[in-house]
Design a protein around this ligand. Structure first.
Ligand SMILES: [Zn+2]
Length: 567
C-alpha cells in the first residue's frame, strides 16, 4: 500500500535519459517504485497524457523574507519548482538581531525591491545568529523546500554595525565574521554570497555593505568554507567593463579563489547587446578553473531579462514633472487624465523630450528606448517592439504605449529588455555544460521583474515552440543539474529512494500565464504575480502540494541544510 501513485504517465526522470511510460509509487515521502506499480494507494493521480518529472530547483531566489508570510513559495511553486535556494547576492536576514533589523532591511529594500513595510509586518523576528534563522525557517510551515546561504551584507552589518557601510574591516571584525560564517556552515547554511556590483545600492544611494569589503576580506571568508570542506560561494560580480585590465584582474582573482579554496564558485551571467560576447570570457574561465582543479558553474536565464513596465507599477517617464503629477493619482483617475485630450497631449510632449530621466539601477525603469520595449500581449515570443508598432501604424511610440495601456484600463504590461536580447545566445548559454538554468530572483524585485516563470518558459518556448531542446534535456537542466551543483542530496532525479518531489504536466499545454499585479503582501504592499497553465500536480516530499496549480492545503516543504548539518 502506497501513500500516492502517479499512474500512466510518461516519465522523464531528470537524468537526460529517454522517456518511458510508467507509474511512480510513493511512500513515506520518498519514491518507492518506478515502472508498473500493481499495488494500490491512498491517493492516485492519473497522469495519462502527461509528463512525470522531478520537481524543478531554482537556485537563485531571494525568498529569505517571503518565506515567513508566504507558506507556499509563490510564484516559483506555480512553475513546477519544488526547491529553492535563497540568500543570494549577499542578502540574507541573518545574522542580525531584532534591534538592528532596519539596517539589514536597508540592504534589501532598494537592491532587491522588497518593501520594508511588508518585511516589518510579515516577519516575526526570532533570531540573531544564522543558525537561529535556519531554525526559524525550519519551524515555519512551508509549501516547498528551502536552502539558505548566508549573505555578506548581513554578516558585515552584524559585526560592524553602521561602519559596515563605510569602512574596511579590522582584524577583529574579520575574525568575528569568520567565526559566525563557520557557525552558519556547520548549522547548515548552503554557502556564502556577496555582491560587488553597482546595481546593488541602499535607498539613500550608497553601496550595500558587502561592496565596501576589499577582496582580501572576501578571500578570507570564502577560505572558511574551504577549511570546513563545505559550502558554495555565490557572487554578484564586479563591474569590470567588457574587456581590459580590470576584467582580466577580476577573472584571475575568481579563478585563484576557486582553485586555492576548493570552494565551488558560482555567478549569474547574461549576454548584452552592448557587449554581445562578453559572457564568453566567463565560460572560458569556468573551463580553465576546472582544468586547474577548481569548480565554477554559471547561472543563466532562459530568456531576455525584462523589467515589467505598467501604469500600475512604473513607467519610464515617471520622473518627468508633468508625469509625476498624474502618476500619484489612483489608477482610475490616471485613466481619466489620459482620456482627456489636453492632458494627454501634455504628457506625450513631456515624454517626447525626456532625456533628463536619471539612470535607473538594478531593476528600476530606464529611460525609454522603444526598440527594446515590447507590449506583453502573449506570454512567450515573438513580441513586437513599440518602435515596430509605431512605424507600422505611423504613430508616436508614446501614443502607442498609451493606447495599448488604455485598451486594458491601464493594466497592460510592457517588457523593457535590459540584457539577454539575442535569443540564439541565450540558448547557447543554456546549453553550455558549465551552466545552470536558474535565475528567477523570486522573492525580490517584486514590483519590477517577474521571472519565476523562467522554468515554464523553457518547457513552452524552447521545448514545444522552438524544439531547440528535448524535454529530457530541459528537465535535466532544471532538476538534476542544480541538485548536483548545490549538493541537494536525493533530489532532482526520479529514482527509488529519492525524495518524492514531482511535477506532472501536459507538455502540449504547459506555458506561463500573463503576469498581473496584486496587493497581497503584508501591509498591502504590491507585487507582480504570475501563474502557469498545464500543471496537473506538484508533489513535495510525497504530498500533493498543488492540483491544477491550486493549493491542496498541504505544507510538506522542508529546510534543506548543508552537508555539515544532519537533515
Ligand atoms: Zn540575486
Amino acid at each position: 500500500m502506497y501513500d500516492l501513485i502517479i499512474r500512466n504517465g510518461t516519465i522523464v526522470d531528470g537524468s537526460g535519459m529517454p522517456r518511458f511510460r510508467g507509474d511512480v509509487g510513493i511512500a513515506q515521502g520518498k519514491i518507492a517504485a518506478i515502472g508498473k506499480v500493481r499495488e494500490s494507494a491512498r491517493e492516485t493521480i492519473d497522469a495519462d497524457g502527461h509528463i512525470v518529472a522531478p520537481g524543478l530547483i531554482d537556485a537563485h531566489t531571494h525568498m529569505d523574507a517571503q518565506v515567513f508570510w508566504d507558506a507556499l513559495g509563490t510564484c516559483s511553486c506555480w512553475h513546477g519548482v519544488t526547491s529553492v535556494v535563497m540568500g543570494n547576492c549577499g542578502f540574507s536576514l541573518a545574522p542580525c538581531g531584532e534591534k538592528d533589523k532596519l539596517l539589514v532591511m536597508r540592504n534589501l529594500e532598494r537592491a532587491e525591491d522588497i518593501s520594508p513595510q511588508a518585511m516589518e509586518a510579515g516577519i516575526k523576528w526570532s533570531w540573531t545568529t544564522f543558525a537561529e534563522y535556519l531554525d526559524a525557517v525550519e519551524r515555519q510551515a512551508k509549501g516547498i523546500n528551502y536552502a539558505a546561504y548566508m549573505g555578506h551584507s548581513a554578516l558585515r552589518t552584524y559585526v560592524m554595525g553602521q561602519r559596515a557601510f563605510e569602512e574596511p574591516a579590522t582584524t577583529e571584525d574579520l575574525q568575528m565574521m569568520r567565526d559566525e560564517l563557520g557557525n552558519a556552515i556547520r548549522a547548515g547554511a548552503i554557502g556564502f554570497t556577496t555582491s560587488r556590483t553597482s546595481n546593488h545600492q541602499t535607498p539613500d544611494g550608497r553601496p550595500v555593505a558587502s561592496r565596501i569589503a576589499n577582496w582580501d576580506e572576501v578571500r578570507s571568508l570564502v577560505g572558511v568554507m574551504g577549511d570546513l570542506g563545505a559550502g558554495i560561494f555565490e557572487i554578484a560580480g564586479e563591474d569590470t567593463g567588457a574587456e581590459g585590465a580590470r576584467l582580466d584582474d577580476y577573472l584571475a582573482r575568481l579563478k585563484a579563489l576557486a582553485v586555492d579554496t576548493s570552494v565551488p564558485v558560482t555567478y549569474g551571467m547574461f549576454s548584452s547587446r552592448r557587449a554581445p560576447d562578453y559572457w564568453r570570457n566567463y565560460f572560458k574561465l569556468a573551463d580553465e578553473t576546472a582544468a586547474a582543479g577548481g569548480r565554477m558553474f554559471i547561472q543563466v536565464h532562459s530568456r531576455s531579462l525584462n523589467i515589467l513596465l505598467s501604469f500600475e507599477t512604473m513607467m519610464p517617464f515617471d520622473r518627468l514633472p508633468a508625469w509625476k503629477e498624474i502618476r500619484k493619482l489612483p489608477l482610475a483617475e490616471q485613466e481619466a487624465a489620459l482620456r482627456n485630450p489636453e492632458t494627454r497631449r501634455k504628457l506625450v510632449e513631456a515624454a517626447r523630450d525626456r532625456g533628463q530621466a536619471d539612470r535607473g539601477i538594478g531593476a528600476e525603469a530606464r529611460s525609454a528606448n522603444f526598440k527594446w520595449i515590447f507590449p506583453l500581449l502573449r506570454p512567450t515570443p515573438p513580441h513586437r517592439s513599440i518602435a515596430e508598432i509605431a512605424e507600422a501604424e505611423q504613430k508616436d511610440p508614446i501614443d502607442v504605449m498609451i493606447d495599448l495601456a488604455l485598451a486594458k484600463n491601464l493594466k497592460q504590461f510592457f517588457m523593457q529588455t535590459l540584457v539577454n536580447e539575442d535569443q540564439d545566445r541565450v540558448l547557447e548559454m543554456m546549453k553550455h555544460p558549465r551552466s545552470v538554468v536558474t535565475f528567477s530572483d523570486s522573492g525580490a524585485h517584486v514590483s519590477q521583474i517577474m521571472d519565476s516563470s523562467l522554468q515554464t518558459h523553457v518547457l513552452s518556448h524552447w521545448v514545444r515552440e522552438k524544439q531547440a531542446l528535448t524535454l529530457e534535456q530541459a528537465i535535466r537542466m532544471m532538476s538534476f543539474v542544480p541538485a548536483y551543483h548545490w549538493g541537494l542530496k536525493g533530489r532532482g532525479l526520479l529514482r527509488e529512494g529519492n525524495f518524492a518531489d514531482v511535477m506532472v504536466f501536459d507538455p502540449e499545454k504547459i506555458t506561463p500565464k500573463l503576469p498581473e499585479l496584486a496587493h497581497d503582501l503584508p501591509a498591502g504592499a504590491k507585487r507582480l504575480k504570475q501563474k502557469s497553465e498545464g500543471l496537473l500536480a506538484t508533489v513535495v516530499n510525497g504530498e500533493v502540494l498543488l492540483r491544477n496549480n491550486e493549493h491542496t492545503g498541504a505544507l510538506p516543504g522542508k529546510l534543506l541544510r548543508g552537508p555539515l548539518a544532519a537533515n
